[in-house]
Design a protein around this ligand. Sequence first.
Ligand code: HPA
Length: 265
Amino acid sequence: MAGRMAIIGGTGVGSFELDGEPEAHVVSTPWGDASATIGRLSGREIVFLARHGSGHKLPPHRINYRANIAALVRLGVRGVLATTAVGALRLDLAPGALVLLDDLIDFTRDRAGKTFFEGEGRVVHTDFTQPYSAQLRTALLASAEALALPLHPKGTYLCNDGPRYETPAEVRLFAAWGADVVGMTGVPEATLAREAGLHYAGVSLVTNPGAGLSPNPLTHEEVEAEMRASGPKLRALLAAVAAAVDPDALPEIGPGVDVLGFPAN
Ligand code: HPA
C-alpha cells in the first residue's frame, strides 16, 4: 500500500481538522489498542493520532507509546510529525516560540515500554546519532519559510518523567547539560519510531519559561492557554508539511518493522 504521513498531536493538539470524511480507527497491536483518524490534506491521506487519547485523559507516563507507534506502522505510515508542549530552559525562547528539534536527552527513569526489543533472543542496538529525521526536518524548515512562520531551526529536547513540573534546580541542571526545552512525552516516542523504521520529526511549542525562570508558579492552565493561542500556526505548519512530503520517497531508516516481527498491513 502507498505510504502515509502521520501527525501525532500532543497537549493542545488533541484533534486536527482533516478534509474528506475522516474515519476513526481502533487499531489492535501486540502492545494494545490505539485510536487514530484517517482523513485527507491537500488530496493526500493523512493519519492523525492524539497522543493523550481523546479528551486528553492519559498522563505522560501512562501513554501506551508502543501501541501508538505500532498502530501507525499498521496503518502504513512512513513519516511522523509530532508536536510537544514544552517549558523553555533559556529565557530567549519565549512562550509561543516554535522549536524544530534536532537532538534529545532521555531523562525518563520510570516509564514502561521504552523499546520494542525487550525480550531475549534478539539484541538490537539502534543508531540514534540523528534522533530526528533529516528529511522531515528539511521539509519543516522549507514549509516554515514558505509560510513566513518563525521556527527555531534547532533545539535539544529533554524528556522528564513528570507528571509534576521541574524544580528550579532541575531546570538549571538541564540547561547546563545543553538542553533547550523540557517536556514529558517526546521519549520513548522518538525512540520507538526509529526502532520501527518510521521517519520522525518533533516540533515543540514553548508554553512557559521553565520553573524558576519566571517569578510565577507554573500551571497546566497556563500551558493549555498558550497552546490555544499558538495552536493555529503549529497546525498550519504541520498541515503544509504533511501534504508536501511524499512518504514513499523517504529512505529506509532504523531497524524497521521486519526486525520487529510485526508486519504492516
Ligand atoms: N516542563 C515539563 N513539561 C512541560 C512544561 C514544563 O515546563 N511545559 C509544558 N510541558
